[in-house]
Design a protein. Sequence first.
Length: 338
Amino acid sequence: MSMWLCRAGRYGEYENKFLEENRIYCTWNNLPEAITKFPTKHDLQQYFVDNDPDTKVKTAMNWASQVWPFGNEMKKGEIVVLPSKINPVIHFGKILGDYEYLPDNENPYYHSRKVEWISLNIPRTKFEQDILFSFGAFMTICRIKQEDRIMTVVKAFQHGKKAAVTIPELPTENEPENRDIEMDAIEDISNLMIRKTKGHGLAQIIDGILRAKGFTTYISPAGPDKGVDILASSGVLGFGGQKICVQVKSSDTPIDRIVLDQLGGVMKNFNADYGLLVSWSGFKTSVINETAKQFFDIRLWTHKEIIEEFLKYYDVMGDDIKELIPLKKIWVVNSIDE
């Protein structure tokens, strides 16, 4: 039985949708055509090249090698591995349905398969390092090897037992380890941030990002925040300018609509122009559905936006933030364009 890796976005931005809807999606936002429309993998590759003059042939080959299996090779009963980018856990599901092309869906949710999530939130620490490396493969969608070893851990976790340690298979010269070093680094940063910023600590990170952007801020002390964690203003010394109320949630579960409504009320109490609702674990569909209605008043930040903004402004952040999350830059070869 085959096992497939299927990521839910570079930063896990689609993860909650996958889990809530019991589906996996092939989230290529430049493919509004059915995968099964293309007779061969080469035809799919040529489509990517023809529809974007900036797409290199090697890149199109890489994309086609991932998209093609989603529409043509995955089968009912096979296992899907979904490494979380929100928490240091792995989710496992079983494919229940054939490939579906859903043209009426919002981009990038055109390509889907129904799944049953058979085991959620298995800690990454339950798996040996070589298996974790396979979960960190460069591909968004690819076949995973060593299915028996992985399923031994899954079944042991389901029954509350400790899996027996087995000797890992070493990769041969014909099977090079194809890891995405950048993704591994982002995952390490995310895991460190989770450990260091639970509770009030995440508000400190968001405050640091806003200050680096040029805002003057007031951060509520640890404890009850009366509905607001941070007040931010673009004016001199915090007077005038754009006034923003920020609510930060670091819980392990997505945020529901009630928190969004509460932020709207707090904004009125503080005479704020805008609101920023931050949730490390994302938002439930009830919140996502309000995005358009709240577009001119409230922004939503998930784990994805937090990491993006943190890395973008890290160099100009205060020493307190750099001591909390110490990072350094390195240069590596871009293997895609090599």
